[in-house]
Design a protein around this ligand. Structure first.
Ligand code: DOR
Ligand code: ZN
Length: 346
């Protein structure tokens, strides 16, 4: 890493949690990721979900087509269901391009209706993953309607994560998009086969951002934004340079009209400026020296993949984030629309 007050060069980062969607939306959003990240773990929550190696093969081809000449490498995931057989896990591991399996508790978030109703139904698949060294990526929220939406991550740790970790002690688990001090403490106290991704929005925003002067649907995501004390815990986690925490944007595009609706979709699109937003957060924390490891080293180290070797350069030069981008003939409102960022990817 080379840095001075006006320029920052780091090894090219990877995004360890990304929604690329499909079809025309995929074509609209994939170039944003490909220009800054070498690789990304691509979420399988399409409709229908990517539950088989065969579906993942077809999807990876569509992603490669969408990024054109770029050297960007999609790292694929399978969507875990109650019925995922151990044989599909073995086939995934053999495929070499499927790098993980995603657990969505049924009903937890966008396109999760095919998700897992009871994790104990997945024992055979989890056993095979533990054996193969294939990581389980966890959307860590319980779904019982009686549990307060702001407590769902904390309750998930107690009810699902701890028992899961105890039953599969060597299974690699990534606690995705953590949002609470409870999750930070859990990861810090867990063995080294447990890691966590942290998004730009959970680092930048607390729950007030959803209600600033009125209802702000573009700041609605899942897990929902939390209190400032939780954001501070995330900031502390990244500032210490602990290798168990790494970059995962959870960039999740939805058309403007689906966000600005009587029942708006969850998801914040950040791929247009992800590395710049992270740089802004790390600088505000006086921890710019920790950005490169968080963005470019901790993820591949956890997954057992090689680190990238080429670099990207960010310059200290103010730019205004567009109010919107085109999205498959519709409109996409990006994170921090209309706001100024001081770091710009060259
Ligand atoms: O905010 C979110 N959006 N959280 C998720 O877990 C899913 C994602 C999406 O797919 O839109
Ligand atoms: Zn996600």
């Amino acid at each position: 890493m080379t840095t001075n007050s006006s320029q920052l060069t780091i090894i090219r980062p990877d995004d360890w949690h990304l929604h690329l969607r499909d079809g025309e939306v995929l074509a609209s959003v994939a170039p944003f990721t490909a220009r800054q990240f070498a690789r990304a773990i691509v979420m399988p929550n399409l409709k229908p979900a990517i539950t088989t190696v065969k579906q993942a093969v077809a999807y990876v081809d569509r992603i490669v087509a969408a990024v054109g000449e770029s050297a960007f490498e999609p790292l694929m995931t399978l969507y875990l269901t109650d019925e995922t057989p151990a044989t599909e896990i073995v086939a995934a591991e053999k495929s070499c391009f499927i790098k993980a399996v995603k657990l969505y508790p049924a009903g937890a978030t966008t396109n999760s209706s095919e998700g897992v109703t009871d994790i104990r139904k997945c024992d055979a698949a989890l056993e095979a993953m533990q054996e193969a060294g294939l990581p389980l990526l966890v959307h860590g929220e319980v779904t019982e309607p009686e549990i307060d939406v702001f407590d769902r991550e904390k309750v998930f740790i107690e009810q699902v994560m701890m028992p899961l970790m105890n039953r599969f002690p060597t299974l690699k688990i990534v606690f995705e998009h953590i949002t609470t001090a409870d999750a930070v403490d859990f990861v810090l106290g867990a063995p080294s086969n447990i890691g966590a991704t942290i998004t730009p929005h959970h680092l930048m925003l607390n729950r007030n951002a959803m209600f600033e002067g009125g209802l702000r649907p573009h700041n609605y995501c899942l897990p929902v934004l939390k209190r400032e004390q939780h954001r501070q815990a995330l900031l502390k986690a990244i500032s210490t340079g602990n290798p168990r925490f790494f970059l995962g944007t959870d960039s999740a595009p939805h058309e403007q009209h689906k966000k600005e609706s009587g029942c708006g979709c969850a998801g914040i699109f950040s791929a247009h400026a992800a590395i710049e937003i992270y740089a802004t957060v790390f600088e505000a924390q006086k921890a710019l020296d920790k950005l490169e490891a968080f963005a470019s080293f901790h993820g591949p180290d956890f997954y057992g993949l090689p680190r990238n070797t080429d670099t990207i350069t960010l310059k200290k030069t103010p730019w205004v984030i567009p109010d919107s981008y085109p999205l498959a003939g519709q409109t996409l409102i990006p994170m921090m629309a209309g706001e100024t960022l001081n770091w710009k990817l060259m």
